[in-house]
Write a protein that binds this ligand. Structure first.
Ligand code: AMP
Length: 511
């Protein structure tokens, strides 16, 4: 953060009286650091590069000056005056809700172009002339190519969560869109991190931007106790057992358990239910309605444990939690920072624990570099040999599959034999990882309040049920969850009132 502007009031930022009244009605008294710095600059028309994460108040930092600036002038049919690009439908809908909240005293026409909302309804809103167009990149290009929207009237462009756009493969679309816009415009650009691809985008499409950076949760939230647990046996069933022990050793009010793959979210969710934990799941394959229902139940305290993937959790207003558990070490250190930032908010104490297998030790090194903190281990820490072996194994892995298997077998005969023994030992037991239908049928009774207890201590002692053999899954489900959300889902009760129209299934677009 540059300067000490935290003590500024909203009235000092230069916002219009109508916007100030809306902010007051929303109950906000003090601007957050990103708002205090970005709003006065954005009001002058200068480009802004905001390096800030969700939870910092970044949405209002562009919505409030935009509404103020859009007070003068009128929109023309099919020619939006401003454009906001967001990576996901949820985020786009949340931004639209912000316009409803902060624009109560204005008559702004806001159009939302996202998958799952009827193209015809969206076109009608555009035809009336949109002051603000909020879109996911694929859907926007789709409309553009059909001649339903023209972009040469855009005075203000906002790109939100640019690093997420990069993760989801949207950068070529963003570049295409930027080239369709008039060069004389204001660009407000937000990203939590600045990888080289994002910096390149900034260099190409922003003009002399004011760079405003707010601290990441990990550097500010010192109230988080961070712990790592080394899983010497890296099998999924053994990790789940370690997770259960860990949960039971903690006084958990509510917790998010992150997995790297959506497939593992589903497996872990079933396993937690089976073991009597009061758990829900949040992953990219769920439709919007189920996600919102799960989130509402979690917020209301009806669900204590939420198994989630990064993509499903990103951008959602998930309530503060007492604990974050990383069932897998996230592939990017930034995701680690983002995940653990869900706890220890507002100066309260939080606890974040990460399970680590040998294969993941390298990722722990990267986290150490980013957070500048040496990991604190619960239980036996990994040895120097573990680290050395992990790093040589990673190198071999890069050498090719056959080579990897051979080298791995030579390097670890004992571990392999142990795994075989363990497999045999577990063989007669039922498989939690069998077919989804089978597992679901088994887990159903545990989902009832009678069977599940809040702290995870089951009322009836469950049988040991896990095996080390994962059920065969489609190769696709093994991939990291990066894809945009599925199409054809209405926002039902969660979209802003002005968008609540009958939802028809739209043709598949990118989102
Ligand atoms: P964002 O980072 O934009 O997702 O905002 C995170 C949350 O902070 C949202 O729930 C906002 O409603 C809330 N918020 C935004 N600005 C303020 C403020 N100045 N004071 C208190 N809460 C705020």
């Amino acid at each position: 953060m540059r300067g000490n502007l935290q003590t500024k009031s909203f009235a000092e930022l230069g916002l219009s009286p109508k916007v100030l009244a809306a902010v007051e009605a929303a109950g906000y008294t003090t601007p957050t650091p990103i708002q205090a710095e970005a709003i006065p600059v954005a009001l002058t028309g200068r480009d802004v590069l905001g390096i800030a994460q969700t939870g910092t108040g970044k949405t209002a930092s562009f919505v409030l000056p935009m509404i103020t600036r859009l007070e003068s002038g009128r929109a023309r049919a099919r020619m939006p005056r401003s454009l906001i690009l967001a990576p996901t439908r949820e985020l786009a809908a949340q931004v639209a809700q912000s316009f409803e909240k902060y624009g109560v005293n204005h008559k702004l026409n806001v159009a939302l172009l996202i998958g799952g909302v009827s193209m015809d309804d969206q076109t009608r809103t555009l035809d009336r002339g949109a002051d603000v167009l909020i879109a996911t990149p694929g859907r926007l290009l789709d409309h553009f190519q059909r001649g339903r929207v023209m972009l040469m009237g855009v005075e203000i462009l906002v790109i939100d969560e640019a690093d997420r756009m990069l993760d989801m493969g949207f950068i070529p679309d963003i570049e295409k869109i930027c080239k369709l816009l008039p060069p004389k415009r204001q660009t407000l650009f937000f990203s939590a991190t600045m990888p080289p691809e994002i910096q390149r985008l900034v260099d190409n499409f922003l003009v002399n931007p004011a760079r405003i950076e707010v601290a990441k949760p990990a550097t500010t939230a010192q109230a988080i106790t961070k712990r790592f647990i080394y899983c010497r046996n890296g099998e999924a069933w053994a990790k789940r057992e370690q997770l259960r022990q860990l949960i039971r050793s903690q006084d958990v009010k509510n917790a998010i358990i992150f997995c790297n793959r959506k497939r593992d979210v589903a497996i872990l969710h079933r396993s937690l239910l089976k073991h009597g934990f009061n758990a829900g799941a949040l992953h990219g394959d769920m439709d919007q309605k189920s996600r919102m229902e799960t989130l509402d139940a979690f917020r209301a305290g009806e669900i204590t444990f939420l198994a989630a993937s990064d993509v499903a959790a990103r951008g959602l207003d998930i309530p503060e939690v007492s604990h974050v558990f990383n069932f897998d070490v996230p592939w990017s250190a930034d995701d680690y920072v983002h995940r653990i930032g869900r706890t220890g908010r507002a100066g309260r104490e939080g606890f974040a624990a990460t399970l680590v297998t040998k294969e993941e030790l390298k990722l722990v090194k990267q986290i150490e570099q980013v957070t500048n903190e040496a990991p604190v281990w619960i239980g036996d820490p990994p040895t120097e040999e573990d680290f050395a072996e992990a790093s040589s194994r990673n190198k071999r892995r890069r050498g090719g599959k056959g080579q990897k298997q051979e080298a791995s077998a030579q390097a670890q005969p004992q571990r392999k034999a142990k795994r075989e023994r363990s497999r045999r030992d577990k063989a007669p037991e039922k498989q939690v990882d069998a077919s989804p239908q089978e597992a679901q049928a088994e887990t159903k009774p545990a989902a009832t309040p009678q069977n599940a207890s809040r702290n995870g201590k089951p009322r009836a002692k469950p049988r040991a049920v896990e095996t080390s053999r994962p059920a065969p899954q489609p190769a696709q489900s093994q991939e990291r969850e990066r894809k945009p959300e599925p199409v054809g889902v209405g926002f039902a009760d969660k979209i802003p009132a002005f968008l609540q129209r009958p939802v028809r299934i739209a043709k598949a677009a990118n989102e």
